[in-house]
Design a protein around this ligand. Structure first.
Ligand code: DX5
Ligand code: ZN
Length: 223
């Protein structure tokens, strides 16, 4: 599929790969380097086999950056914690359909709070999971690794799913970001963009690079 000339590629570095002893400086550095969003991976050691950080860290960082907070919740049950992340300064909240009994109701709750609502599709989760809630969705996030850890290898099996979701989004009556998360590098990004993604989440490829601005520009360059 040809990439329209006009498509801006949004880059959202994942804080998970940052130096946790210097979070304020790390966030300032990626903002100065041209990041569009800050991706925040919230893990509970139950829905995914790893624990990261919670709303207190968001609240502490909120006053140090103007970057939109793109919150990826990997916690179950997710509904009891939505307000804590909204109050801590989340701008976008994305959740997995498997993390609660009523995806539609969770999305309504996020939208009612004036935040952008996202749905995250695990590698084995079908695009059908979003088909009947599109009117409430601002972001579809395709996991190109199993969620839980940074630094994993990209799963090429997700490329046709990205292309299928691009067609679904193009037929929708409002803008929906198509994001891809996991194993994004300068090697995998071109294929992901060619398949139709407009937003790249990248932890290792940005925070482990010697020059953040160069790393962000290289990911955005595309095919
Ligand atoms: C994985 C997270 C990702 C992760 C990406 O569960 O959702 O956001 O931090 O890390 P990399 O870019 O290193 O694969
Ligand atoms: Zn993530």
């Amino acid at each position: 599929m040809a990439v329209p000339e006009s498509r801006h590629i949004t880059i959202a570095p994942s804080l998970l790969a940052a130096d946790f002893g210097r979070l304020k400086e790390e966030v300032a550095a990626i903002e100065a380097a041209g990041a569009d969003w800050l991706h925040l991976d919230i893990m509970d050691g139950h829905f995914v086999p790893n624990i990261s950080f919670g709303p207190t860290v968001l609240a502490a960082l909120r006053k140090h950056t103007k970057l939109p907070f793109d919150v990826h919740l990997m916690i179950a049950p997710v509904d009891p914690y939505l307000d804590a992340f909204i109050d801590a300064g989340a701008d976008h909240i994305s959740l997995h359909p498997e993390a609660g009994p009523h995806l539609h109701r969770s999305l309504q709750h996020i939208r009612k709070a004036g935040k952008k609502a996202g749905v995250v599709l695990n590698p084995a989760t079908s695009p059908d999971a979003v088909a009947w809630a599109l009117d409430l969705i601002d972001i579809i996030l395709v996991m190109s690794v199993n969620p839980g850890f940074g630094g994993q290898s990209f799963l090429p099996s997700q490329l046709p799913k990205i292309a299928q979701l691009r067609r679904l989004i193009d037929a929708a009556d409002h803008p929906i970001a198509l994001a891809v998360d996991g194993g994004i590098t300068t090697t995998t990004a071109p294929g992901v963009i060619a398949a139709g993604a407009d937003t790249l989440i990248a932890g290792t490829a940005v925070f482990h690079a010697p020059d953040y601005a160069q790393a962000i520009a290289a990911l955005r360059a595309g095919p």
